[in-house]
Design a protein around this ligand. Structure first.
Ligand code: R1P
Ligand code: URA
Length: 349
């Protein structure tokens, strides 16, 4: 039988397990890698000391937590699925069960918005901004004038939020130090490469808000990629979680600063530091095209070809995942967290 939950404001069971991720204190480490899919989580966990996690739990809501040690340092890998809302569940519920400082690194796939970053490139963003569908733009009460005048735009583009500089640098250094050898054969003649200091965009959909054209829906996104590039020059990657991770870390850190300013005890003493590693899996996705490219592509009827042929192959994906996964573990293990800022429990059960 399941434990009874209490506290409608932040539901937890009698042992402190949270509602959706369903872990309790002692099961999640201060250093976390978060990934989208469970297969990736299990693959990375093979690099834990002893080749496997010490703690493993898949919640009814499909949040998978694997906690183990890497070179003796406790690290959790949490697979959360896709999109902004799961990041919210994950960050808040893990924060609730971990005392002290947290370092959270998102490791995921992405689409490329820069021709020089093709399949085989792994990037470490220095900042991320959000792109969300503006629902009111699409509401039937919205007038054509409101749409034409720009009073309402179909997509909301946020200001960028920075990753933690030390985390960024540690991730890039670990990737550079452990590059796979002789990768050119598998990657069309070019060796894999790591690139730092890039800018990421996280969208609230894989489709409309990433500029993918879908005639089955009104998305008003034909020029979205042009608009994004104009407003955020240099944007390199598109995925769906990193911005929210940076945003929630900032919100948690602001809560600590605010409590201290007011002379109160913060709920959590340690701050949250974030970083991301993104593996290019769609080098010339429809989303990376300008409107003119999309029109040309549709005219040539090559849209479907691009969707099928431009994706990363399973072998390429596994190579990048192995490299990136090991590098994130190494970077997390290398970043020092003083003992007094670590979760008191060393027992992962
Ligand atoms: C979309 O296919 C998913 O892939 C990317 C996006 O952020 C989104 O979650 O990340 P993952 O490969 O980690 O799932
Ligand atoms: N993930 C995304 O969100 N977009 C892409 O184009 C590829 C992976």
């Amino acid at each position: 039988m399941k434990d009874v939950l209490s506290n409608a404001n932040f539901p937890q069971d009698a042992q402190g397990r949270t509602y959706h991720v369903a872990t309790k204190a002692g099961q999640v480490a201060n250093r976390i890698i978060t990934v989208g899919d469970q297969v990736r989580a299990h693959r990375i966990a093979k690099a834990f000391d002893g080749g496997k996690p010490l703690f493993e739990f898949n919640s009814q809501r499909n949040f998978l937590t694997l906690t183990g040690t890497f070179k003796g340092v406790p690290i959790s890998i949490v697979a959360i699925g896709m999109g902004f809302s799961v990041v919210d569940f994950f960050v808040r519920e893990c924060r609730a069960v971990v005392e002290g400082e947290m370092i959270i690194v998102r490791l995921g796939s992405c689409g490329s918005l820069q021709p020089e970053y093709g399949i085989g490139t792994v990037v470490v963003p220095k900042a991320s901004f959000g792109i969300s569908r503006n629902y009111d733009y699409f509401h039937h009460d919205t007038t054509a004038d409101e749409r034409r005048s720009g009073a309402l735009e179909p997509y909301l583009i946020t200001k960028p939020l920075d990753a933690d500089q030390e985390v960024h640098d540690a991730l890039l250094a670990a990737l550079e130090a452990d590059k796979p050898k002789n990768s050119a054969e598998l990657f069309g003649g070019e060796e894999v490469k790591a690139a730092g200091d890039t800018v990421n965009a996280s969208a609230d959909s894989f489709y409309g808000s990433q500029g993918r054209i879908d005639p089955a829906f009104v998305d008003a996104n034909a020029n979205l990629i042009d608009v994004i590039r104009e407003r955020r020059p240099g944007v390199a990657t598109l995925e769906m979680e990193t911005f929210l991770l940076n945003h929630l870390a900032a919100a948690a850190n602001d809560a600590i600063d605010l409590a201290q300013k007011n002379g109160e005890q913060p709920v959590h003493k340690g701050k949250i530091r974030t970083g991301a590693v993104q593996m290019m899996c769609v080098p010339n996705s429809p989303a990376s095209n300008t409107r003119a490219d999309t029109d040309r592509s549709l005219a040539r009827n090559s849209f479907a070809n691009r969707n099928t042929s431009a994706f990363i192959s399973p072998e390429q994906c596994e190579t990048l995942e192995h490299w990136a996964g090991k590098s994130v573990l190494t970077a997390l293990a290398n970043i020092q967290i003083p003992n007094e800022r670590l979760h008191p429990s060393g027992v992962w059960n």
